[in-house]
Structures are given as structure tokens and as C-alpha cells.
Design a protein around this ligand. Structure first.
Ligand code: ADP
Ligand code: NA
Length: 324
């Protein structure tokens, strides 16, 4: 069976963008594939985190993974730092990487901008991500569009290693959905929706209350054309809401555009909010039941054990190829 790997950082509650762009596909890909999903806490600490907060976020993210439908009987779910092979192969991938290619990564440039002391981990994030993926002989990596460049680097590093030391790694492909790969900020729809946005109206979190979701969507920036049509360049706000509506309702964008012909933004936004609330409600209910249960720790312990068994072998093969 094809192998799937992906991860989410426990830096906050995942956003609607994280869910629609990546996590939703983690669930559907369980059919017909071997899936491994990770809570990438070592990636999260590339920027300083409060120890109490990150501990909570790890726990909450585990509950959310199960609440959206990751089935621990079929898929492996684990915490990155509990499988030391990630850091070990991460080091090796750093040694395979060139400074120039790491400095060219858009995420590195964005996140290091304006800092006078740049954590080295920001630069070496992509080789660690390559290690995460390569340890499991991954075929397909479901991610949002912002991770495309890191995936390309992962492929380059794997090919570079294989050419020099022999065929150890499988070359992975990104899985980027046609709709939802880049959910935009509600306040500034030319920027991606992000966990760390300072503007509280910009981001919907998957655990937001109905009231907050309605408020945020009602205040989403649109334009003054007063017509509902899809045009990412000229109408980024409306197009973003159409993407969100389509993904949350299962109706195509074309279908929505014809259904809302001649209707106003007020009515449209009310319906978008209703679709988002309706999609998130069952997830939130499951989440609330899971969050206090002891099942979580068992799932994560078992997941780490299974992941370690696979990762250990790849690490060994890598070291053997290197002669160390
Ligand atoms: P973030 O980028 O929000 O800090 P992560 O790095 O943990 O979060 O990303 C988890 C997944 O969510 C990745 O596959 C990423 O590409 C995807 N993702 C993040 N933001 C968005 C967005 N606005 N739209 C679609 N996908 C996104
Ligand atoms: Na990201």
C-alpha cells in the first residue's frame, strides 16, 4: 500500500486553513494507504514556546487528530520527540543540505525577517522535515501549498543522498488539494490564514465557538462590487469565502456562484458561517469527549512504538550507507 506521512505543529489549536488544506485529507487518505501522522513538537520549538502552553497544545492536537477521524487502529499517530530517529536523521540531512538552498526557503526568509538573533533551527527546519518524511519511505505527503517548496527540497536531498551513497530513500510526492491548499486571512485576503496572526478577526480556529465564527465571517473583508463570483486576483476575499463554503458544504464553487446570483454579501456570509459551524460542530463534540480520556496517552504510546520500529531501520540503513 502507498505510504502517507504528514505532521502539524503544536503551536496552537489548528486553524480552519490547517484543517481544510491538510488535516481533512489526512482522514480521507486513510482509505487504501498506510498513514503515519505526527505532532511535530521539535519543529514547533524552532521559535521559542512556553513550556506549559506547548504541553497543552500537544495534548489538544492529539485529541483533535482523533476527533477529525484519524483512526488509531488503521493509522499511526505519534509525537515527534518520542522517536529520537527524527533528530538523528535530521542531523544527517543537515549535513546533506547546502546553506544557500536553506537560505532561499521562503518560510525561513519570512520567519527570520526583522530578527537580530535568528535561531539556527529556523534555517535547519527543512532538513528535519525531510527526515520526518524519509524515515517512513513515504510516497505521498498531504500538505498545504505553503509547504510545496519544503517538499521539493526534501526530494532534492533524498536524490542527492541516493546518488552519492546508494538507494536508501523513497522519493516522496506532495499531495496538495485543488481547492483549499491556501485558505486566506479573513482580514487581509492576500495573506494566508495563519495561527500567529495578531489580528483576532483574521483566523478561524477549529475549536472556535459558533458565536466567534459568525462574528469573524461577518467581518471578513470583501470588496464593493456586491456580486458573488470567483476571481482570486480581483476578488480575493469573496473567492476565499467561496473556497471555504465549498469545502465545508461539499457543493462546488460553480454551483455556489450560480445559487448566489443577485444576492448580497450579508446573506452569503450568514450561509458561509452556517456551513463552517455545521462542519466543525461534530468535530468539536468528539473533541470534548476525548480531551479528558486516558485513551489519548495509550494511542500516543503505541504510535511512538510503531513509528520507532520503522524509523529505526531506515536510520540504520542510512548510517550503514554512510559508513558510520
Ligand atoms: P501553520 O503553518 O499554521 O503554522 P503547520 O506548519 O503546522 O501550521 O501546518 C500544518 C499544515 O497546514 C501544513 O500542511 C500546512 O501547509 C497547512 N496549512 C497551514 N496554513 C494553511 C492555510 N492557510 N491554508 C491551507 N493549508 C494550510
Ligand atoms: Na506551515
Amino acid at each position: 500500500m502507498p505510504k502517507i506521512f504528514s505532521g502539524v505543529q503544536p503551536t496552537s489549536i489548528p486553524t480552519l486553513g490547517n484543517y481544510l488544506g491538510a488535516m481533512k485529507n489526512f482522514v480521507t487518505l486513510q482509505e487504501g494507504n498506510d498513514c503515519i501522522y505526527c505532532i511535530v513538537d521539535e519543529h514547533a520549538i524552532t521559535l521559542p514556546q512556553d513550556p506549559v502552553e506547548i504541553q497543552k497544545n500537544i495534548h489538544n492536537l492529539a485529541a483533535l487528530y482523533l476527533a477529525i477521524g484519524i483512526d488509531p487502529k488503521r493509522s499511526i499517530l505519534f509525537i515527534q520527540s518520542e522517536v529520537p530517529c527524527h533528530a538523528q536523521l535530521g542531523w544527517i540531512m543537515q549535513c546533506v543540505s547546502y546553506m544557500g538552498e536553506l537560505e532561499r526557503m521562503t518560510q525561513y526568509k519570512d520567519k527570520s525577517q526583522g530578527k537580530n538573533a535568528i535561531p539556527a533551527g529556523l534555517l535547519t527546519y527543512p532538513p528535519l522535515m525531510a527526515a520526518d518524511i524519509l524515515l517512513y519511505h513515504t510516497d505521498l505527503v498531504p500538505v498545504g501549498a505553503d509547504q510545496k517548496q519544503h517538499l521539493e527540497l526534501t526530494r532534492d536531498l533524498a536524490e542527492r543522498f541516493n546518488n552519492k551513497y546508494g538507494e536508501v530513500f523513497t522519493i516522496p510526492e506532495p499531495y496538495i488539494p485543488p481547492v483549499g491548499a491556501r485558505i486566506m486571512s479573513l482580514a487581509e485576503p492576500t495573506k494566508k490564514m495563519s495561527k500567529s496572526d495578531k489580528n483576532k478577526k483574521a483566523t478561524i480556529f477549529t475549536l472556535d465557538s459558533e458565536k466567534d465564527i459568525i462574528k469573524k465571517i461577518k467581518s471578513a473583508i470583501t470588496d464593493d462590487e456586491a456580486s458573488i463570483r470567483y476571481d482570486r486576483e480581483q476578488k480575493p476575499g469573496v473567492s476565499n469565502l467561496l473556497d471555504i463554503y465549498s469545502l465545508c458544504s461539499g457543493r462546488s464553487v460553480d454551483d455556489l456562484v450560480s445559487a448566489y446570483q443577485g444576492k448580497g454579501y450579508g446573506e452569503f456570509k450568514t450561509d458561509v458561517a452556517e456551513a463552517v459551524v455545521g462542519m466543525l460542530k461534530p468535530i468539536q463534540e468528539k473533541y470534548n469527549n476525548l480531551i479528558e480520556s486516558s485513551e489519548l496517552d495509550e494511542v500516543l504510546d503505541e504510535g511512538a512504538e510503531k513509528a520507532y520500529a520503522i524509523a529505526r531501520k531506515t536510520l540504520k540503513d542510512t548510517e550503514q550507507a554512510l559508513g558510520i
